[in-house]
Structure formats: structure tokens, C-alpha cells
Design a binder for this molecule. Structure first.
Ligand code: F0G
Length: 370
């Protein structure tokens, strides 16, 4: 039988809005965002990240449930920060800013650098010396940020940049900047747009607590517009050595392998508590060992490489799995790409690396077990 290819003009043309591809989240969600025709949109076409089913992880729960990961590590600079940064930088440019500043455990600095430079601005980033994953530092440098490594942790760096922004002509682009959260809430819109409703649970790694606040804003806004019928329980997970929202007390010397969430005094603390209460959610802590187990499972069983902090959402869901109702739909947010932190991947892979093999067929076959 011969198969006749369809004539070109018989194909359905793509909808006009997507004829040029995904337009970036400001254009995609413009009616929901604080932008006007005067706002110069600085975009790298961020957003529209996949919601991926993770059946082997769902099977760990032992009941009929659906689990998805929102893989925000596929944003242009490799983390969810791009969602907030496209808006924060566009608004800074609209206001005539020439320089922006942030404190960062790495991802914010990469995103701030990329978007600021693209928007023609200087980017100053303060990072905790020695506690930023290699990929993130590489990004900030190559994007052209002015990188200042301070001998203190993220919390101290944030205090300094807040004061800098009050006293000098630099715009603060940490998540205390309201435009950051406005941009980040679009991730909740995307989840609902794909699922047709909000999930029952939203599991999310929590550091400075900007992202959990932003997701909740997004779900509530869509709910008010009747784009979803339910609202999720917001389940925030912190690393055990940096879990102020769990213990109720700031941590002076936070520690965890998940350096992205090595934060002892979250700037959005009060908002995070409000989200927990409004959504009947919880904050729980996961150990570094639990984070690493989930990190390896995601990669080796599901083919999804996220950074350690991101795996806290899956580690946390598994930790409190007894509370999951049968039939639930759960979304775990994977905030950053695994390529950000190659050192942790290599050091904590259980997979032996077979090196020093002589270049001949027999030896290769033997090592392969044939
Ligand atoms: N996951 C990753 C990969 C992060 O980089 C961060 C925060 C979080 C989760 C936590 O999000 O702070 O909104 O609760 N990173 C910030 C930074 C602090 O500087 O890149 P949050």
C-alpha cells in the first residue's frame, strides 16, 4: 500500500498567537500581569515548561495517585527564577533603572545577570563565598554580572543588598520585589492550563519562600476567574539544616547540601505562614540523605535531572506519603536544572564510573560483562 503524504495546504495552520512559537510568559499571560503598552518586554521566551508524569515515583506511594513534576529547570537560565526576572527586569527598565542588584544562592544571580544584560543594564550580584554551585557561578560570570562573593551567608547578603537599594541607584530584584512574584505566579497558571484544574497538593522546595507565595497567588487568581474549581494544599519542604519555617525560629548558621535553599531567615516568612494557613498546607523538613535519594530516583528512574534543592519537593512528598488521599493529583515543583551542580551529581551518584580502560574491543567487552 502506498501512503500519500498530506498536501501541505491540508494541514491545519497553527494558531496565530503561536505561529512564531511560544511568546514568553509576559505575552502569554499579559491580562494577568502588571504590564502596559509602555512596558519594554525583556524576554528570553521563558515559561511553558513541561508537566511530566513520574509513574515510578507515584508507585512508591502505594495507592492510586497521579504525580507530575513541573520541570522549571527547562527555563532559559535553567531555573524558575526566569519567570520572575522577565517581569522584574522589564519593570526596572520601564522605570529607567540602569543597574540591578540581588543576593543569591546562585540561581537568582544567573537569571538577574542574563535578563539585566539583555535589557542593557548592569547586574550586581552578592553570593555567599564558597556556597554557590559551579554552573550558577559560571553563568553569572559569563552573562556579565559583577559578582561579589561575601564572607557570609545568603541572609547577610540579602540584608546588604536591601540597604544598597535604599541608598544607591540600583533596583533590588530579589523576591521582595513584587514583580518577581507576579512573574513567578504564571507557573501555577501553566499547571492549571495543562491539568484542567489545580492539583490536590502542590509540593515545593522552600528557601526564601517567594515561590510558594507566588504559586499560591497564581492559583487564587485563576480560582477567582473560575479557571480552576479547587485550590491545592501548599506543601513546602525545607532542608533539615535550614528549616526556619518548620521550627518557627530563624537559623543563624544554615547548612545543607542543597545550597540553593541554604537560607536561615526567609524574607517572605509572614507570607509563607499565610499561604500555609489559607491552603491548609504544611511545612516539613527533609534531610540531605532524603534529598539525595529523591535526586537519584528522579534521574535514574524517570530520566529527569534536577538540582538537589529541587529534589526536596519529591523527597518531602515521599516523606509524608501516608497523608496523601487515594485518587489525589500531586504536582512537585522541580525548580532548577541538574546541570547547575555537576559536583554534587558526580560525588553522590551511586553509579560506578569505569575509567582507565585500554582502548581494545576485548577489554571493553569484558568490562561490559560480555
Ligand atoms: N529551588 C531552587 C533551585 C532555588 O534556587 C531556590 C531559591 C529555591 C528552590 C527556593 O525558592 O526562595 O522562592 O523559596 N533560590 C534563591 C537564589 C534564594 O538566590 O537563587 P524560594
Amino acid at each position: 500500500m502506498t501512503i500519500t503524504p498530506p498536501a501541505i495546504n491540508s494541514l491545519t495552520p497553527p494558531p496565530t498567537s503561536h505561529a512564531q512559537g511560544w511568546p514568553g510568559l509576559i505575552e502569554a499571560y499579559r491580562p494577568y500581569l502588571p504590564v502596559t503598552d509602555q512596558t519594554p518586554v525583556v524576554t528570553l521566551k521563558e515559561g511553558n515548561t513541561p508537566l511530566i508524569p513520574v509513574p515510578t515515583i507515584a508507585a512508591e506511594i502505594g495507592r492510586q495517585v497521579q504525580v507530575f513534576v513541573k520541570y522549571d529547570g527547562l527555563n532559559p537560565t535553567g531555573s524558575f527564577k526566569d519567570r520572575g526576572m522577565t517581569l522584574a527586569i522589564s519593570k526596572a527598565k520601564e522605570a529607567g533603572a540602569q543597574a540591578v542588584i540581588c543576593a543569591s544562592t546562585g540561581n537568582t544571580s544567573a537569571a538577574a545577570a542574563a535578563y539585566a544584560r539583555r535589557g542593557g543594564m548592569r547586574a550586581f550580584v552578592l553570593i555567599p563565598d564558597g556556597y554557590v554551585a559551579l554552573g550558577k557561578l559560571a553563568q553569572a560570570l559569563l552573562y556579565g554580572a559583577e559578582v561579589l562573593a561575601i564572607q557570609g551567608n545568603f541572609d547577610r547578603a540579602l540584608e546588604i543588598v536591601r540597604e544598597m537599594a535604599e541608598n544607591y541607584p540600583v533596583t533590588l530584584v530579589n523576591s521582595v520585589n513584587p514583580y518577581r512574584l507576579e512573574g513567578q505566579k504564571t507557573a501555577a497558571f501553566e499547571v492549571v492550563d495543562v491539568l484542567g484544574d489545580a492539583p490536590d497538593w502542590l509540593c515545593i522546595p522552600t528557601g526564601n519562600a517567594g515561590n510558594i507565595t507566588a504559586y499560591w497567588m497564581g492559583f487564587c487568581q485563576y480560582h477567582a476567574e473560575e479557571r480552576c474549581r479547587r485550590l491545592p494544599r501548599m506543601m513546602g519542604f525545607q532542608a533539615a539544616g535550614s528549616a526556619p519555617l518548620v521550627t518557627g525560629e530563624a537559623v543563624a548558621a544554615p547548612e545543607t547540601i542543597a545550597t540553593a535553599i541554604r537560607i536561615g531567615n526567609p524574607a517572605n516568612w509572614q507570607r509563607a505562614i499565610a499561604v500555609k494557613e489559607a491552603s491548609q498546607g504544611q511545612f516539613n523538613a527533609v534531610t540531605d540523605a532524603e534529598i539525595l535519594t529523591a535526586y537519584r530516583m528522579l534521574a535514574a528512574q524517570e530520566g529527569i535531572f534536577c538540582e538537589p534543592a529541587s529534589a526536596a519537593s519529591v523527597a518531602g512528598m515521599l516523606k509524608v506519603k501516608d497523608q496523601i488521599p487515594t485518587g489525589a493529583t500531586i504536582v512537585c515543583v522541580l525548580t532548577g536544572n541538574g546541570l547547575k551542580d555537576p559536583d554534587t551529581a558526580i560525588q553522590h551518584s551511586n553509579n560506578p564510573f569505569k575509567a582507565g580502560i585500554s582502548p581494545n574491543l576485548q577489554e571493553v567487552a569484558q568490562v561490559m560483562g560480555f
